[in-house]
Design a protein around this ligand. Sequence first.
Ligand SMILES: Cc1cc2nc3c(=O)[nH]c(=O)nc-3n(C[C@H](O)[C@H](O)[C@H](O)COP(=O)(O)OP(=O)(O)OC[C@H]3O[C@@H](n4cnc5c(N)ncnc54)[C@H](O)[C@@H]3O)c2cc1C
Ligand SMILES: Cc1cc2nc3c(=O)[nH]c(=O)nc-3n(C[C@H](O)[C@H](O)[C@H](O)COP(=O)(O)O)c2cc1C
Length: 773
Amino acid sequence: MKISILGGGPAGLYFSILIKKARPNYEVALYERNRADDTFGFGVVFSDQTLDIFRRYDPASHAAILANFAYWDDIEIHFKNEAIRVGGNGFCGCSRHTLLRLLQERARALGVVLHFEWEIDDLAVFAGSDLIVAADGINSRVRTQYAEHFQPATDLRPNKFVWLGSTRPFDAFTFFFRETEYGIFIAHCYQYEQGHSTWVIETDPKTWARAGLDRMDEAQSARFLEGVFVQELDGHSLITNRSLWRNFPMIRNARWVKDNIVLLGDAKATAHFSIGAGTKLAMEDAIALFEALKAHGDDVKAALSGFERDRREDVEKTQHAANVSLVWFEHLARFWNYDPIKFAFGLMTRSKSITYDNLAMRAPEFVRAVTRNFAREQEMSGLPIRGPDVPPMFQPFRLRQMVLDNRVVLSPMCMYSAEEGLPDDWHLVHLGARALGGAGLIFTEMTNVSPEARITHGCAGMYTDVQEAAWKRVVDFVHGHSGAKICMQLGHAGRKGATKLIWDGMDEPLEKGGWPLIAASAVPYYSHSQIPRAMTRADMDQVKDDFVRAARRAERAGFDMLELHCGHGYLLASFISPLTNRRDDEYGGSLENRLRYPLEIFAALRDAWPLDKPISVRISATDWKEGGLTGEESVEVARLFSQAGCDLIDVSTGQTVHDAEPVFGRMFQTPFSDKIRNEAGIATMAVGAITSADQINTILAAGRADLVAIGRGHLVDPSLTLRAAAWYGIDLSVPPQYALGYRAQLSLARRERQELADLRQRARPLGGQMADK
Ligand SMILES: Cc1cc2nc3c(=O)[nH]c(=O)nc-3n(C[C@H](O)[C@H](O)[C@H](O)COP(=O)(O)OP(=O)(O)OC[C@H]3O[C@@H](n4cnc5c(N)ncnc54)[C@H](O)[C@@H]3O)c2cc1C
Ligand SMILES: Cc1cc2nc3c(=O)[nH]c(=O)nc-3n(C[C@H](O)[C@H](O)[C@H](O)COP(=O)(O)O)c2cc1C
């Protein structure tokens, strides 16, 4: 087999090593336009886990890399004159130059033919090859040449960054955050060999322009940055090596393979430097391609399609993590007023793979400081605390006069089990069980303000005396038997009404027995859905009265809180989203106009609801659809509700239109809560694919939300709060009937935590010291 590799970066070289080692009879040639010892940039980093993978695939190059690496265990964050050190991270740094030299030597020793200073303009020169590997980097010519086939997409990120070097030593991966008269500059620094460190400096485009960096050449900009980081450089200067300011291009390709040509490494997909994954991704690509060839023998076609099929998910996951990480750096201003400990925790947990619990194992002192800091901030703001060392989810929270025992919430979930809007024993047991299970706040399902406001025949209502009495029974049970508070979510289905029960077809119109629908505009949900009537002013008055009457009933039933449902495409959401609001009167057009009616309803509720009791609003913070509401606009939506007296924004997303394209994933809606909370300065509740106490604590401690709601997780585990309390060793007040069970859980959890800590301690891969080898 004849293999031609275009590009002598980590991807091309490592693939050549693996394939030539396994198949010495293959003809493997690599073409690189640069000289063998030419290289841009300074250092590269690998985690312990990545090095372990390299050890398994090629012990010889792994040993050579290790012998040339600097190792460190800590991350140090310098923010506002404080240095916060977080241990247990396990990283290695090496110069890119050394890495490439080691890989070249290994490839040559195995018999790969390396051609340097050989620029490939046309793949026609590889006409006789069985396999062509295009590892030609971020500006891949092959990708461009066959762009129609590969369908590349480049997301050019707004921040400016530059790679520089220095002789300043470091004993930790170090972040410096420095505020100047122009704005904030960030330096990501690490030592990669004795006396050499990498400095990646980043700033937002406005700061960059204000500082005049757009007009400076390479040397001038290095001198300017030396001024910014004069204290941090500690007498050392910055070294340039093609150190030009760039915008990071997030590259994806719809296809990776064309006939016998395959894209590898940066040519195929890039990952932002803030998670140090570019080289790792490139070398792991090489491993995956090698595995695919091994699995399919000489069948190149099958191997390449196997490679693309099996590798894509991992690459996309890394890209997603990198994307979340880079966005954190892009929105730094949002966290600038944070206390340094909280800021550092936010930085550490930005890309979701590091969490409160795993940091507690690796850096217990740091997490203790984070926990105490959370309690201290809470105390300073006048809120009660359970104790200084209690994890954030078990700290109380207050909205107006309502004090919650903890920050876990049962998210509103339709049960589709009411008859004529009447909640029955199902609702009592369902909501009662979650209250007994320890959640601090229980939400009813979307409870409708009139029969015509229902989504389905099974939806609950609050428009008759019998319904009011039935709800009072639920409220009395929750208050009588648990420490939980209970909130009624009030809503009107709008154009999504008169549909089937969820298990008979979600959002599907009823075939018979439906009722006329109203909405902001006469736009049906599906093309086969009923067309709603665009609301007249008389309709608006009628619906407003219905909401007010339902609120008065909720007050009489004893609810602690109300939520106004303005999300998920229902009636009020249909006003807010430009996708569903086509009106040309004062209720359509600008965001201000689109919010006019929802705000009118909110004001009417606020008037009708006791002043000492809170009201929240649930919004869809994005429509996940071109032309729809965006995250940016949702901050303004939250601000306007807050000005009208709203106490909390319940931040959901989507469900506005049937053809939205949501990006799902763990905690996928939390970034919207983070944005609203920290940009609009209003309390928020995060929700959506949050499944563990660890995630709840991470979200709260990083300041991404004030409360966390769990929906589906609560369906299978009514006692998830109690279970978590036992895990963290909290002395939660438990109904006396359940006290023995809780005590048993507490001691079981204590043993399990100890075992886990012992196991992690034993499993740590390398020693904790930074060592220049
Ligand atoms: C300055 C800098 C510093 C970085 N530091 C880190 C880091 O610390 N950690 C990390 O994980 N990642 C880092 N990265 C990212 C990392 O370098 C890349 O993700 C990684 O090198 C990708 O490997 P690759 O083999 O796909 O591409 P590259 O390393 O870019 O290699 C592609 C090669 O193809 C050659 N080539 C291109 N076109 C042709 C042609 N037509 N003919 C012949 N040869 C050609 C190029 O000269 C180049 O040598 C850094 C990137 C830069 C720019
Ligand atoms: C069966 C079901 C019914 C739901 N009903 C409502 C509802 O009545 N009101 C509402 O605002 N959200 C409703 N939701 C959305 C949830 O409140 C929550 O936002 C969503 O399930 C995401 O959270 P999770 O990943 O924790 O489940 C419902 C979700 C489910 C699964």
